[in-house]
Every structure is written in structure tokens, then in C-alpha cells.
Design a protein around this ligand. Structure first.
Ligand code: HEM
Length: 512
């Protein structure tokens, strides 16, 4: 009796899957692309490695040299048995149609913004009128005084790093992973210039209670744990979960009291302009207070300041690591940057915000590394209505995106498109000479492109100018390894935490 029942259930399930698959094909207008069991964005698709039957998360990098040519188009689809249909585009033209020309017809779905919303609605996760309110209040915080503050803090933190790591006593430093230092550096800058916190490089406090900075470090490293672990898992004595949970609770309480304190400070006008008052958090609280009931509530203030952490920490840290990896390989480019650093900072001082535009060759190294490894590597959008896109770049066909279907802009694909960037595997900073900040495509396109671009560029150029002025950067080879093998081993892109970038970059720094 049970055998026919089981067979009937299996038949119904199989028929449902087949119907869903067929409807998926229709939803992507039969656009060529992946036909797989798990969607590349589904849980199993992400967990399983990139192999020919499972694109996974790393196909953007591993298949970048052939995949679009193979399917005969820079806009392709993915239809799977498990997970919804997707459209991927590595065409800058199609990306602009979505993110610029038709931006009002697309939104960011709550599912794709789960990580950014952990602390509350914010500028990254919101849409439509709510977004406009967030942008109106957040926008002015990103301006000259903040960038000047970033430049000052970058110089101070660099010195603290060199002293704190005892590199000042050494002629040569060999590191297995420059990423550790640069990730901590980027976290320090966001903490100081985003939250207005001291973030000492060496935390020698005797206090055994978890410090705000420690909690911040654990929380940023624990985003994925927080997203993936179900609530019941916290009942078990799993050390990592306990630690992440404690850090989240600590931060939630501290941030609430920080908002209250900043409001009180502003009310009594004790905040000094030109000092900590230029951190993004204080400027946000001030702007939100000025807007009254049209401003942001406490959760939204915290959500926004965390969105800067989410969007500005790993992105900048990974790009800096990639820049040094590439400069270690391309010594001629390192020399060009060094020459400009000596010209602009001829008196040996640290760079200020006013120097950033003069250090354009240093900036171009950071920008070219950001092209090579675009930290914001996939941009998701969903259509609110049927939207017709023109694929004229590949053919004369048009593509109709139905409401609800996700289109993913593949930033790795766009930035390795040989038509836009000839010889894309070559590190060539001159591609970015004379390009305006607003045209830097790895910061996104259209009205929702990166609001923190100048923040990131200021931080990146300051750190690189100081580090390259003081140290010659070389690859740190394993015994018997050649430079070509080092490149093959180290220069691989992938998800590192929540952003795209290179993993451990082993370098030798030799004092100049
Ligand atoms: C190299 C460093 C960075 C890269 C490559 C980068 C890249 C991007 C990209 C591609 C977007 C567009 C996302 C989309 O359209 O869906 C974006 C948005 C954003 N970024 Fe950045 N980012 C960087 C640094 C920063 C920094 C330092 C901050 C803040 C301090 C920041 C804050 C933001 C915010 C708030 C948004 C959302 C803007 C909006 O929706 O209006 N980013 N970023």
C-alpha cells in the first residue's frame, strides 16, 4: 500500500520541480545560461564548490575568461530545480539600463539585503521613499570635513600600526598575510571616522569585559555566523556562537547609549567642530535631529552607521591588500607611484585631504586593484514591473524582465571585459588616469552608486602613500617558488568574509 503512496508523492514532487523549471525558463525568456540543480545564490549552491554542474559563488571569478563567450552573450541566465531563476549580466551597457536608465523600476529585495539589515533599516537596504529619506540625511555626512578627518586618522593609525607591530625597529618585515593588518587598519578607520571611537591599535586595557572595539571586531567577523545560525543553535554550548551573541548584545546596548550620549552632547553643544564631531555617526545624529520627525529613529541611526561598517570595512581592506599584491608584482608601477609620493610629499609630511587629488597615480593603483577585484562584486535588483532591456551589444534581441525576477550585475565580468579593459589580466593603473571619481565603475552605477567612494579613496591613498614611501614591497616566496607561481597561488579572487577580494597575501616589506 505504501509503495504506490510513496511513488505518487515522488511523482507529484518531480512534476512540481519540472513545472517550476519550465516556468523558470519562460521567466528568463529562454536566455542561454546555466541549467543546474541548485541556483548559484541558493544555500546549497553557495555551500557546494564551483564545479561544472554547480556554478556556486565563485564562477564569477573562475569562469570569467570564457563563460560569456561560451553562451554567446554577456547577459545569461540560470534556471535550476532548487532556487528561483536569475539573470546575470556582465555588460556595462545592460547594467546601466538597469541601474541608471530604469533605476526607478528596480528595487533591492529584503532577501538580498538580509546581511545589511541586521542592525536596522538603512541607506543600503531601503527602497523608494524610505530610501530617499535615508539618503537625504546620510548624504551630507559624506563631505570635506569627514574626508579631512579620514586623512588625519589614516596617518595617525599608520604610525600606531608601525609602532604597535614593532616594524619601526626592523629593516625588513616578512608577513604571511598583509590582509590581517590592512583589515584591522580599515576597521580602525571606520571605527574612528564612522563611529567616532578611539580604536587603539594595541588594546592594552586590563579590563576583562569585552571592549566596544573587541565587540565590533567579533561582530564584523561574525556577520555570516549571525545570518546562518538559527535561533535554537544559540542554546547549545558552541563557543563561537556564544562569542558572537555576546558581542552583538554588547554592541546593541553600547550603540543605544552612544546615540543617547551624542544627542545630549549636541543638545548642549559640547561637540567640537574639527575633532570627533566629524565622524559620520555624530554628523548623522545631528542631521537626523535637525529633521525632527522626518529624520531617522534610533534603530535607523544605528542601522546606517552599521551599513558603513558593512560597506566600508572589508571592501577597503581587501582592495588595499590587492593593491599591494599587484604592486609587489609590478615593480615599475610601484616606482611610478613612489616618484609621485616624493614629489607631492617632498618635505616628508603625511598626506592631507588636499593632497589626494595630487596623488592621482597612487589613487590609480588602488583603482586598478579595485577593477581587478571589485569588492562589491554582485549587485542584485528585482523588477517592480515588466522591464524591457536592449541586448543590442550581443544581438538585436530584447529581454523582458518580469516582476520578481532577480537580475544580478556581475562586476567581475564587467571589469574583466576585454572590450572595455584591453588585456584585462594586466595590472595597468594608467587606465584610470584622468577618470573622475563619479566615473569609477567599480563603485557601482547610477543613483545608488557608492556614497563612500571618496572616503575609501582618501583612506586608500593615505595608507598607500605612507607605506610605499617607507617600504619597498615585494612578494614573499615559498622555498623554490617562482614569481609566476606566487601570482597563480595568491592572485585568486573569492568571497573573503562578506566582500570579494584576495586571500592571504604574503609580502616582504624592506625599509627604504
Ligand atoms: C574600495 C572600497 C569600496 C567599494 C569597491 C565599494 C563599492 C560599492 C558599490 C559597488 C556600491 C553599489 C551597490 C549597489 O548598487 O547595489 C556601494 C554602495 C554603497 N557604499 Fe561602497 N564601496 C567601497 C567603500 C565604501 C565605504 C568606505 C563606505 C562608507 C564609509 C561605503 C558605503 C556605501 C554605502 C552606504 C552604499 C549604498 C549607497 C546607496 O544605496 O545610496 N562604501 N559601494
Amino acid at each position: 500500500m505504501w509503495i504506490p503512496t510513496v511513488l505518487a508523492v515522488v511523482a507529484v514532487l518531480a512534476a512540481t520541480l519540472v513545472l517550476r523549471f519550465v516556468s523558470g525558463l519562460k521567466n528568463v525568456s529562454y536566455l542561454p545560461g546555466f541549467r543546474c540543480v541548485f541556483s548559484p545564490q541558493s544555500l546549497w549552491g553557495v555551500i557546494l564548490p564551483t564545479v561544472y554542474f554547480n556554478p556556486g559563488m565563485n564562477w564569477f571569478w573562475l569562469w570569467r575568461k570564457w563563460v560569456y563567450e561560451y553562451y554567446g552573450s554577456r547577459t545569461i541566465s540560470s534556471v535550476s530545480l532548487f532556487g528561483g531563476p536569475l539573470i546575470f549580466t556582465a555588460s556595462a551597457d545592460v547594467a546601466r539600463q538597469v541601474l541608471v536608465g530604469n533605476s526607478a523600476k528596480f528595487y533591492k529585495s529584503p532577501e538580498t539585503q538580509a546581511a545589511t539589515r541586521l542592525w536596522g533599516e538603512n541607506i543600503i537596504s531601503s527602497n523608494f521613499d524610505v530610501y530617499k529619506r535615508h539618503r537625504r540625511i546620510v548624504g551630507p555626512a559624506f563631505s570635506g570635513p569627514t574626508y579631512a578627518f579620514v586623512a588625519r586618522e589614516a596617518a595617525r593609525l599608520y604610525s600606531e600600526m608601525i609602532d604597535g607591530e614593532n616594524w619601526c625597529q626592523q629593516k625588513q618585515v616578512r608577513v604571511e598575510s598583509i590582509n590581517e593588518y590592512l583589515s584591522k587598519f580599515a576597521l580602525g578607520i571606520i571605527s574612528r571616522c564612522g563611529f567616532g571611537l578611539p580604536f587603539p591599535w594595541v588594546d592594552d586595557s586590563e579590563n576583562h569585559e569585552m571592549s566596544f572595539e573587541k565587540a565590533l571586531t567579533i561582530v564584523t567577523g561574525g556577520f555570516i555566523v549571525k545570518l546562518a545560525a538559527p535561533l535554537w543553535a544559540y542554546k547549545f554550548p558552541i563557543k563561537r556562537l556564544r562569542e558572537v551573541d555576546e558581542a552583538y548584545n554588547k554592541l546593541a546596548v553600547s550603540l543605544k547609549s552612544l546615540v543617547t550620549a551624542r544627542k545630549a552632547e549636541l543638545a548642549s553643544e559640547t561637540s567640537e567642530p574639527g575633532s570627533s564631531g566629524n565622524d559620520l555617526f555624530t554628523r548623522l545624529v545631528s542631521a537626523a535631529e535637525a529633521e525632527g520627525k522626518n529624520g531617522l529613529d534610533d534603530d535607523e541611526l544605528i542601522g546606517n552607521v552599521f551599513s558603513f561598517m558593512f560597506a566600508g570595512h572589508e571592501t577597503t581592506g581587501h582592495t588595499l591588500s590587492a593593491t599591494l599584491a599587484l604592486l609587489a608584482l609590478y615593480q615599475d608601477e610601484q616606482d611610478k607611484a613612489l616618484k609621485q609620493i616624493h614629489e607631492v610629499l617632498s618635505d616628508g609630511r603625511a598626506p592631507t585631504f588636499d593632497d589626494i587629488s595630487k596623488l592621482d597615480k597612487v589613487a590609480a593603483c588602488f583603482e586598478e586593484a579595485a577593477r581587478f577585484f571589485p569588492a562589491g562584486f554582485i549587485l542584485h535588483r528585482n523588477a517592480t514591473e515588466h522591464v524591457v532591456l536592449n541586448l543590442s551589444e550581443d544581438s538585436n534581441r530584447t529581454l523582458v524582465i518580469p516582476p520578481g525576477v532577480t537580475i544580478v550585475v556581475d562586476m567581475v565580468g564587467i571589469h574583466h571585459d576585454p572590450k572595455l579593459f584591453p588585456d584585462p589580466e594586466r595590472f595597468d593603473p594608467s587606465r584610470w588616469y584622468g577618470v573622475q571619481d563619479s566615473e569609477l565603475s567599480f563603485f557601482g552605477f547610477g543613483p545608488r552608486a557608492c556614497i563612500g567612494r571618496k572616503f575609501a579613496l582618501t583612506e586608500g591613498v593615505c595608507l598607500l602613500s605612507l607605506l610605499l614611501r617607507d617600504w619597498k614591497v615585494d612578494v614573499n616566496l615559498r622555498a623554490g617558488e617562482t614569481v609566476v607561481q606566487w601570482r597563480e597561488r595568491v592572485l585568486q579572487g573569492g568571497m573573503v568574509g562578506l566582500a570579494f577580494g584576495v586571500r592571504d597575501v604574503p609580502l616582504v616589506l624592506t625599509r627604504r
